[in-house]
Design a protein around this ligand. Structure first.
Ligand SMILES: N[C@@H](CCC(=O)N[C@@H](CS)C(=O)NCC(=O)O)C(=O)O
Length: 212
């Protein structure tokens, strides 16, 4: 397998965790977002969205981290990313999508850059935008955990699921943008518990060879 990744990309971090959790080996290819390597013709030919990550497995190209996690779960089922019971699967998917569909896209690099280039936001205003959507998203994530009766050491009981794999990279990004995370004790306790596991610890941004 070949993974196209950038150390600070939270969507790439999701996949690094996912691959490590399933014990799958891969060759990393480093795509620098500051150098705009994700917009070069050679990369765009593989992923026309010009976003990282991308995964190549058995000659097939896979894009979109949540879709790639579904693919990995179908191709390499153990350990699974989803619980068995249908209501629990829906709960884990909903949590994953709070991160992947409702927080991350609003705070992606290209959105932040557009706000600054087109609408002339200052760095402080950009950070306020970022922190607003983190607060809105993590408030609902925390409330979902609290109201579900399903969370435990991790988002779903004491077993790692896709929801944890999505949550931890988002918390890392929020910390980088100095977001106040004290209102989310469950989120932070789950993140700490995940970081005790090598699949999360070893794949974090600062340990990647392309980190600077
Ligand atoms: N929904 C996509 C999002 C991918 C994405 O936005 N990746 C970011 C890094 S986390 C990126 O490549 N950003 C480049 C840009 O915004 O120009 C996924 O989950 O794979």
């Amino acid at each position: 397998m070949n993974l196209f990744t950038f150390f600070r990309s939270s969507a790439s971090f999701r996949l690094r965790i996912a691959l490590a959790w399933k014990g799958l080996e891969y060759t990393p290819h480093y795509v620098s977002l500051p150098k705009m390597e994700h917009r070069q013709d050679s990369y765009m030919a593989m992923n026309p969205q010009g976003l990282v990550p991308a995964l190549v497995d058995d000659g097939n190209v896979y894009t979109q981290s949540l879709a790639i996690m579904d693919y990995l779960d179908e191709a390499y089922p153990e350990p699974p990313f989803l619980p068995k019971a249908l209501p629990d699967r829906a709960y884990v998917r909903a949590l994953s999508q709070i991160i992947g569909c409702d927080i991350h896209p609003l705070n992606n690099v290209r959105v932040l850059k557009y706000l600054q280039s087109r609408w002339e936001l200052s760095d402080a205003e950009r950070d306020e935008w970022y922190q607003h959507w983190i607060a809105e998203g993590l408030r609902s994530f925390e409330a979902t955990l609290a109201g579900s009766g399903k969370s435990g050491r991790y988002c779903h009981g004491d077993t790692i699921t896709a929801a944890d794999i999505c949550l931890v990279p988002q918390v890392f990004n929020a910390q980088r943008f100095n977001c106040d995370l004290t209102p989310y004790p469950r989120v932070m306790a789950i993140t700490a518990a995940c970081m005790d596991l090598p699949a999360f610890e070893k794949t974090q941004p600062k340990y990647q060879p392309d980190a600077f």
